[in-house]
Write a protein that binds this ligand. Structure first.
Ligand code: NAD
Length: 351
């Protein structure tokens, strides 16, 4: 076996149907007395449910969490937090809400209790993102890693199929790139392979039977693993392309991940044979890129970049941006190769 270094991160994970009920005990365990609840506007009622559970330790709610964490929203939330003199942040929602909690923690160093309701995986990572004047910056900081995470699959039953499907593929993308990351190790690879298996075997049921608790539980377990993999290793071509397309062309985050993943996988297939074997084993397929493409079909995902508002004439510009700065990737990154990848992804052809 090869030598390795693994920067394992701390975290208190509570997983299971109905586990939201343990929130109060968790807040006691952390010794917190003045709690602020974060949600998006759409999840305000879940925020109210959390407020009830917190009881007299609740001091404020903020329901304006927004995709990609705009700095003006962070400033507004910070005002509320300071006025209420909070000592803990509870975020219930997807990556946008948890991202806002992280932005507050970055400034205040307060503990976060994250209650994820999508499969994005942000709750397990020390990665923050902030958008100022339309430009998204990201970074890593141990202060933004949630102190506690409560995974309750019952809270994800209301996640609509058109968000559930791409959100699950977003999580698989973390696992795929973790498998060929330069700093991958035997533990992160185990986590990533198990994550792909858990999500790929449950996602079609999640989408077709949104109230199926068993499938929801398996997908959420996969999301936890995917977030853990993303937290521990560096990401490559796939995440870089998605960041470019989401940030510079304002395309929806999880849909971009879903469309790009089979093509990024094909691009790296010959240069990362061990990762491809593991993806195939996890999904029960013989070709990783095609298996991911077929999974997308089975969840009714949008097939090409043409379907989500990307213009064919922007392919070259996107390839320029994505190849500007060098980064680690199994296959050599070339302008020509990325243009072909994006052209295939634009039309949604079988990779
Ligand atoms: P999201 O948080 O924006 O949620 C999408 C929509 O679904 C929102 O309107 C939300 O309120 C709603 N929703 C969520 N759960 C629901 C439920 N159970 N029932 C009904 N509606 C529900 O989407 P996301 O994909 O989870 O997060 C995307 C953001 O997270 C992006 O900004 C991305 O960059 C970031 N992200 C960060 C990391 C990280 O490690 N920092 C990892 C993954 C994603």
């Amino acid at each position: 076996m090869k030598e390795f270094t693994y920067n394992a991160l701390p975290g208190h994970i509570i997983f299971g149907a109905g586990k939201l009920q343990s929130l109060s005990v968790e807040i006691d365990r952390l010794g917190c007395q003045r709690v602020m609840v974060l949600t998006t506007p759409e999840q305000s009622s879940q925020g109210d449910m959390v407020k009830e559970l917190i009881g007299d330790r609740w001091v404020a709610s903020f329901n304006r969490a927004t995709m990609h964490v705009p700095t003006e929203i962070v400033d507004q939330a910070l005002d509320v937090a300071e006025t209420a003199n909070i000592d803990c942040v509870v975020g219930i929602g997807g990556g946008s809400t948890i991202g806002l909690g992280k932005a507050l923690a970055l400034r205040t160093e307060l503990p976060i209790v994250a209650i994820p309701t999508t499969y994005a995986g942000s709750e397990m990572t020390p990665i923050w993102g902030l958008t100022e004047n339309g430009i998204k910056k990201t970074g890593r900081d141990p202060r933004v890693l949630p102190t506690s995470v409560i995974y309750d699959p019952e809270l994800s039953l209301s996640l609509p199929p058109f968000i559930s499907g791409p959100s699950g593929i977003n999580a698989i993308a973390h696992c795929v790139e973790a498998l060929y990351a330069p700093d991958a190790n035997p533990i992160t690879s185990l986590i990533a392979e198990e994550g792909i298996n858990a999500i790929s075997s449950s996602l079609a049921t999640v989408v077709n039977e949104p109230e199926n608790k068993e499938a929801r539980t398996k997908a959420l377990y996969g999301a936890y693993l995917a977030g853990s993999a993303l937290a521990a290793v560096g990401m490559s071509l796939h995440h870089k392309l998605c960041h470019t397309l989401g940030g510079s062309f304002d395309l929806p985050h999880a849909d971009v991940h879903t469309i790009i993943l089979p093509y990024a996988t094909r691009y790296n297939a010959d240069a990362a044979p061990e990762a491809m074997l593991r993806i195939c084993r996890a999904m029960g397929t013989t070709d990783a890129a095609r298996g991911l493409y077929e999974l997308n079909r089975s969840i009714g995902a949008k097939s090409g970049l043409k379907d989500i508002g990307f213009e064919e004439g922007d392919i070259e510009k996107a390839a320029d941006i994505a190849t500007q700065n060098p980064y680690a990737n199994p296959a050599l990154i070339t302008q020509k190769g990325i243009i072909k990848l994006l052209t295939d992804a634009y039309h949604g052809v079988c990779p």
